[in-house]
Design a protein around this ligand. Structure first.
Ligand code: NI
Length: 152
């Protein structure tokens, strides 16, 4: 595995829409593993491929629920409820803000073995999935902050 360079707010790649991954092959698995290593290195709970300069629909998440999620083509097929909490982002290191997200989501994705998985997630995991999928569509959490963006 290898660390990848993070992209930061202001880099136009973060505002582009990522492309679907037709097949999770060794190249994508390597990207996923590199993203996990990079996420841990910077103490993040999630990372999306555009944050390392790759416009592919790949995200990784570890919210310390005992599992590392590696997802290609994640798609929310159902959402319910609402939660509001402070968010940050490795690509927007100096800012925080309150963002409203669904409390529960059902997400469908392709896993590292190229198998389709349907996952029910709630709380922090649901929040992280929504945040990372936003990255795949060029959206940053600061676009969704309901109150003021806090500069640190
Ligand atoms: Ni982020």
């Amino acid at each position: 595995m290898a660390l990848r360079n993070l992209r930061y707010e202001g880099d136009e790649i973060l505002r582009k829409k990522s492309r679907e991954v037709p097949l999770v092959d060794d190249r994508i698995r390597m990207l996923m593993d590199d993203m996990v290593e990079t996420m841990y290195r910077y103490d993040g709970v999630g990372l999306a491929a555009p944050q390392v300069g790759i416009l592919k629909r790949v995200i990784v998440i570890d919210v310390e629920d005992g599992k590392v999620y590696k997802m290609a083509n994640p798609k929310i097929i159902n959402e319910s409820g609402e939660q509001s909490a402070q968010e940050g982002c490795l690509s927007v290191p100096e800012k925080k803000g309150i963002v409203s997200r669904p409390m529960k989501v059902i997400v469908e994705y392709t896993d590292e073995n190229n198998e389709t998985v349907k996952l029910e997630a709630e709380g922090l995991l649901a929040r992280a999935i929504c945040h990372e999928i936003d990255h795949l569509n060029g959206v940053l959490f600061i676009d969704r902050v309901t109150d003021d963006v806090i500069e640190e």
